[in-house]
Design a protein around this ligand. Structure first.
Ligand code: SAH
Ligand code: AVI
Length: 307
């Protein structure tokens, strides 16, 4: 059994069956995520784009000259383009993503749009150590870019671990520019993860399709339903697949039974307070130097330097 399959089987063997959200992202999953970002209810992307457009000059002044921009979970590099359009002397742009075909297609588009930029895509699972490529031009500093509030998809200890990895990648005089979604009225959050067009439901169920196609599982997609509920006390959305029947499924020659109404946890999406995120960043060795929010105060982008 591969390490990946072992991890999947381990998660499904827990009393709360769990599959890591990284398995959302095959090519179709990446496309469905792009569709999510266009939904009227998914406020995160519009709010983050508003912040990027409004404050890009302040961001580029902090980033400075000849930096290497390393993006974790770059997807379609949507928000990055605003930085790239305003940073004409980057040493390199290094998009890192687990969704291989999507990453290479996005990197090709970026190369065509920014022909003078050294674009060095890296296919990697950023929760494990991976090697960074060396740009042709020696960067003055590394700036890790982590937009989208993907940090929110990690539980506290794993988020801390990831911030520490980014702290290491940033190096001595480097920095982290990170998108962090904020706690707010629960109705707004509920609607963002239960959209009326049902795209989030498709995205959630696509994880089972991905496991069927790439890991030899045999989930019956028709007999699972999407669920997303915001737990205000814990400040997180709990995203699950609910079994619609007593049934069995197989993966890696291991058979699992699941009862009617039992859930598979596929994702958390944590929402932070500014103080809560600052504490976590500081525990990981970062000082939050600058915080920008959109006019409605839904989302934040934060520039963090090493303590
Ligand atoms: N940054 C983009 C995309 C966010 S979606 C935006 O803000 O719109 C999350 C992205 O992270 C996806 O592209 C997904 O493929 C990638 N991703 C998720 N888990 C990952 C992991 N463990 N390692 C590498 N990439 C991962
Ligand atoms: C990638 N990540 C920040 C998204 C989020 O909002 O937590 C993933 C997502 N899940 C459902 N909708 C979007």
């Amino acid at each position: 059994m591969t390490r990946e399959l072992e991890g999947i089987v381990e998660g499904l063997s827990l009393s709360q069956k769990t599959i890591s959200p990284k398995y959302f992202y095959d090519e179709r999953g990446s496309q469905l995520f792009d569709e999510i970002t266009e939904l009227p209810e998914y406020y995160l992307t519009d709010a983050e784009l508003e912040i990027m457009r409004e404050y890009v000059d302040e961001m580029t002044a902090l980033i400075g000259k000849t930096a290497s921009l390393i993006e974790f979970g770059s997807g379609s590099s949507l928000k990055t383009r605003i930085l790239l359009e305003n940073l004409d002397d980057l040493a390199a742009y290094v998009p890192v993503d687990i969704s291989e075909d999507h990453l290479y297609a996005s990197a090709r588009k970026i190369r065509a749009e920014f022909p003078d930029l050294d674009v060095l895509p890296v296919v990697a699972d950023f929760t494990h150590s991976f090697a960074l490529p060396s740009p042709a031009i020696m960067p003055v500093k590394n700036v890790v870019y982590f937009p989208g509030s993907t940090i929110g998809n990690f539980e506290h200890d794993d988020a801390m671990e990831l911030l520490r990895v980014m702290h290491g990648e940033a190096g001595e005089n480097g920095a982290l520019l990170i998108g962090v979604d904020l706690q707010k009225d629960s109705g707004i959050i509920d609607r963002a993860y239960n959209d009326s067009a049902g795209v989030t439901a498709k995205f959630n169920l696509n994880m089972l399709r991905h496991l069927n196609r790439s890991y030899g599982a045999n989930f019956d997609l028709e007999s699972f339903a999407h669920s997303a509920t915001y737990d205000e006390n814990k400040g997180r959305v709990v995203i699950e697949l609910i079994s619609q029947a007593d049934q069995t499924f197989e993966i890696g020659n291991t058979e699992f039974a699941i009862t009617d109404g039992e859930t598979i946890l596929t994702e958390y999406s944590h929402k932070y307070t500014l103080e809560g995120f600052a504490k976590m960043a500081s525990d990981a060795g970062f000082n939050v130097e600058r915080v920008w929010t959109d006019a409605a105060g839904l989302f934040s982008v934060q520039y963090c330097t090493r303590l």
